[in-house]
Design a protein around this ligand. Structure first.
Ligand SMILES: CC(C)(COP(=O)(O)OP(=O)(O)OC[C@H]1O[C@@H](n2cnc3c(N)ncnc32)[C@H](O)[C@@H]1OP(=O)(O)O)[C@@H](O)C(=O)NCCC(=O)NCCS
Length: 180
């Protein structure tokens, strides 16, 4: 994917959305450090990312006119129980200059659309329900999806990309041992 969307609201500088490439990784890490601090590595979500392989064909960045990364959303494969699977969304981050433009929601929606096109049955994330419900994520039970660490009940969210996926895809969340 190359340029697919530009901000039309004149109060925000323009940006371009693209698939994440190796050249973006330094800018993405710097953005995540600015948005979350070093404590991000202690989160349960990180236990589902470490040792995992980024789905680079559906992880997106927004870059400004100077090619600086101003927003990023990453997707990862997850094993759900013994035989289920889901994409894990995050971190979702937007540079402070661009907040108020819904750029995080726009990028997340586009990532989820790519996952649906690629045949993934559902997407899962750990985040704020009032924010992510704007694009259809709903709270799901942490008992139905045990994880390697604590997740507050109200922060485990999912969206179905196939009918009944949430009902049919339950179990422990883990990093897949083989590519899914
Ligand atoms: C959260 C974040 C990605 C939102 O950026 P954004 O997509 O530009 O969102 P906006 O600021 O334009 O807000 C869009 C809407 O969501 C709401 N919103 C924003 N952050 C929210 C939150 N944490 N909880 C609930 N609602 C939120 C806004 O009020 C706004 O609502 P409205 O359209 O009804 O006015 C950005 O603030 C950020 O990077 N924060 C730090 C990192 C973070 O917390 N990431 C999310 C966890 S994975």
């Amino acid at each position: 994917m190359s340029a697919s969307l530009r901000v039309l609201d004149p109060s925000f500088p323009s940006y371009t959305i693209a698939l994440e490439q190796a050249e973006h990784s330094v800018g993405i890490e710097a953005l995540y450090d600015r948005c979350f601090g070093f404590g991000r590595f202690a989160k349960t979500a990180e236990r589902l990312r470490e040792g995992n392989q980024l789905l680079s064909d559906m992880s997106l960045v927004a870059v400004d006119a100077n090619e600086n990364v101003v927003a990023a959303v990453r997707l990862w494969p997850l094993q759900v129980g013994d035989a289920g699977r889901a994409v894990f969304v995050g971190p979702v981050a937007v540079d402070s200059l661009y907040r108020g433009s819904s750029l995080g929601l726009i990028l997340t929606q586009q990532c989820v659309d790519l996952a649906k096109k690629a045949g993934w049955p559902m997407a899962i994330l750990i985040g704020d329900e009032p924010y992510f419900s704007k694009i259809g994520f709903q709270q799901v039970s942490t008992q139905a999806y045990p994880a390697p660490g604590y997740i507050p009940e109200h922060r485990l969210l999912a969206i179905e990309l196939e009918d009944n996926a949430i009902l049919e895809n339950q179990g422990r969340l883990s990093v897949p041992h083989v590519a899914m």
